[in-house]
Design a protein around this ligand. Sequence first.
Ligand SMILES: [Zn+2]
Length: 459
Amino acid sequence: MRTLIKNGTVVTATDQYRGDVLIEDEKISVIGASLDMHADTIIDAGGRYVLPGGIDVHTHLDMPFGGTTSADDFESGTIAAAFGGTTSIVDFAIQYRGQTLHHAWETWQKKAEKRAVIDYGFHMIVTDLNDRTEAEMDALVSQGVTSFKLFMAYPGVFMLDDGSIFKALLRTAKNGGTICMHAENGGVIDVLVQRALAEGKTAPKYHALTRPARAEAEATHRAIAMAEMADVPIYIVHLSSAEALEMVTEARDRGLPAYAETCPQYLFLSYENYEEPGFDGAKYVMSPPLRERAKQDQLWRGLAFGDLQAISTDHCPFCMKEQKELGRHDFSKIPNGAPGIETRMSLVYDGGVRSGRISLNRFVELTSTSPAKIFGLFPKKGTIAPGSDADIVLFDPNAEHVLSAKTHHMRVDYNPYEGRRIKGRVETVLSRGKVIIENGRFTGKAGAGNFLKRKPRQT
Ligand SMILES: [Zn+2]
């Protein structure tokens, strides 16, 4: 089975040129200025960018949280991802206290394997670290689950103490795994939350007001310092504030392998959203919370100059009806999370590339190549090159559309960017050589996604 993509502009993290791309079965086989070869299917990409499929390394599909479950499962969530130009995700399996890591992996594998329409991998959330768990971490790394997420927030639920975090870091220094850190000072936040509730402050905005940027910066600094002492790289997830970014920048300036991602919501939404009328602020309740608009330029600078290495989504949708409503009278009971798996690529293109904040190559690097490299998927994923998987997006830089819950494919009853007009649109998407989005229609199938066995860290 051969597919030829003709007349497009191929864009990778480093190059941009007019070129044709020949796909044989699941892989890219030949790239040339003008290929005149037999193919079963020819796709005309004139006027389009030919991009490597997006890689979203932070999603929460079918995830239990606060007495409910995130609204997208692995089928609806990965279909929405595909519509948005994302062809690989790395989701999170959760080890609950008393359980083995293996049990957690099996549980999430079952959620994904018959449903995912694109390729998927897992990070393992570790909440209970003991000798047995540490040995299991080694086994998981060799089986392709090469990263572990730890929490410095949510005491009593997910949070690990510093000693356990340090032990996990030491273990990954030996086994080639990577620690991903949710960096917020959970102890401080819990005190602030209890104090606010005692004062009758129950509206959604108090979610943000009880999670100060300094609590994120402090934990980010502590996490990086522990990784430095363990002599191992670290990856900070969903970095939201300029204060936390300063800690990453300071560490990188000293030559430390500190990595961090941010998410579109921290670039395009801000604290003011919590003050929308009625209970609407609940749409944006996520952790870390949205921050001051005035400091967003610093995040953009971090993206442009390399102190931030990836843009992921932290997609974790909860409907306003029946889910977010659980916290109508108590912000601390609002399920944390928001939808974004479908809107990442066009938002960052429109608000980042078109606005001149980042280059087109940097856009590809942040949304695909760099996360592929950090998480052991490159060069199978994350670029357009002979031998790479044919995960390809045809992107029309001139097509306009309006983001809305009425037209999105995420299974959630609101869109945080409702009404936002975007220039630049995902048109056609191929996953391992198969067209799965064509003319606004999904043509893939549930269960077609493969488990991504990722490589251990090289550095
Ligand atoms: Zn998350």
